[in-house]
Ligand binder design. Structure first.
Ligand code: UT7
Length: 351
């Protein structure tokens, strides 16, 4: 029986630090409000015209490959998770392959669009491919360039203050002893539009089950970006924060307990929980629900904000670099977000 393990990991965050005070100069918000409701003190923004989701992902991938001791020519599968791709299509997987000079091998590249849980979905896919013996060196990247697509007016403040840019990556390889013990994935599309970036899109004004957008019917053209979207600046992400919060604090503990129970383990067995960095209050709630001590949970949202698909691999790498994750430890990853989609992973750490 082949198992999979994380053989190398890395992250990259851009240099530019954006404080809450800096955002307060653009919109009606304050350092106090942001810290009290989210725990975020600062975030990073990539450099316009110099960095993209792909280039940040590539920097993280280089570190992960170097630490795994694999050359880029040995990567036989690329998985890229993001909600802020450079292009509508093609996805960042092939762009990363080109950016890293890996096109010669013609290794397949898959794009995952599961937002905050994108890394968990990617990890699960990678795990299955390693277990079946099809691939031996899988590069999994989660990266986001949120700063390019946020509304910097008061209208967008509930979303904009939360998000930051960054990237994380891991290399997965076969392992004789169990590494990734289990992944649990879930989705419920009931509230798809409650945390969404809807325009531009191919809906052309027609939303499944949602009347409120009301764009004029257009037979041809202007489907992705209509004049109304443009004039009303209706091309930013929107979020029903309270609904997301309430659902997240239920689903995080549920999916973590699901993985633990199926493995015959309990919360106290976890050496390190890496929750998706959605909101510090959500992570603290989950910690209390599971009865975990401070040293069993890694939080870095204070410094990076919510980096969506990148948040789990950035936090995982940081915790590992800080010596808080060691060989033999039980590491739990968990995420919840847009879709809604959510998931967890239990890993017996191998490096
Ligand atoms: O990765 C998963 C994605 N997202 C999440 O996990 C987010 C989950 N939700 C949250 O983190 C929180 O709901 C938020 C931080 C987004 C918002 O906090 P909240 O305590 O749920 O605030 P609220 O949306 O209920 O709004 C309360 C008030 C409103 O004003 P009124 O109507 O009471 O006058 C908002 O307009 O706070 C106002 N508000 C702000 N004020 C200052 C919303 N955003 C801001 C802001 N600065 N940035």
């Amino acid at each position: 029986m082949i198992n999979s393990k994380i053989a190398g990991l890395g992250y990259y965050v851009p240099d530019r630090v954006v404080s809450n005070d800096e955002l307060s100069q653009m919109m009606d918000t304050s350092n106090e409000w942001i810290i009290e409701r989210t725990g975020i003190e600062q975030r990073r923004y990539g450099q316009r015209n110099k960095e993209t989701t792909t280039t940040m992902g590539a920097r993280a991938a280089e570190v992960a490959m170097q630490r795994a001791g694999v050359d880029k020519s040995e990567i036989d599968f690329i998985i890229f998770a993001t909600l802020s791709p450079d292009y509508f299509f093609p996805g960042c997987g092939v762009l990363l392959q080109r950016e890293l000079g890996m096109t010669k091998s013609e290794a397949p590249a898959l794009d995952v669009r599961n937002q905050c849980s994108g890394f968990l979905y990617g990890l699960s896919i990678a795990d299955q491919f390693i277990r079946t013996g099809q691939y031996k060196n899988i590069l999994l990247v989660g990266a986001e360039m949120h700063s390019m697509g946020l509304d910097y007016t008061t209208r967008g403040r509930n979303v904009t203050v939360i998000f930051g840019d960054g990237a994380g990556a891991v290399v997965l390889q076969p392992s004789e002893s169990p590494g990734i013990l289990r992944t649990c994935l879930h989705a419920d599309g009931t509230h798809a539009e409650e945390l969404a970036f809807i325009n531009p899109g191919a809906h052309g004004g027609y939303h499944l089950g949602v009347e409120r957008f009301g764009y004029p019917e257009q037979e041809f053209g202007g489907i992705f970006l209509t004049e109304k979207m443009w004039t009303e600046q209706d091309y930013y992400p929107n979020m029903n924060g309270q609904l997301v919060f309430k659902t997240a604090v239920t689903k995080f503990p549920e999916v973590i307990m699901e993985a633990l129970t199926k493995e015959g383990l309990k919360p106290s067995d976890i050496n390190m929980l890496i929750p998706h960095q959605a909101n510090l209050r959500i992570s603290q709630f989950v910690q209390r629900q599971l009865g975990l001590k401070d040293e069993q949970v890694w939080n870095n949202i204070q410094r990076y904000g919510n980096t969506t698909a990148a948040s789990v691999p950035i936090a995982l790498t940081e915790a590992w670099e800080a010596g808080k994750i060691n060989k033999g430890d039980l590491v739990c990853l968990a995420a919840f977000g847009s879709g809604f989609t959510w998931g967890s992973a239990l890993i017996r750490w191998q490096i």
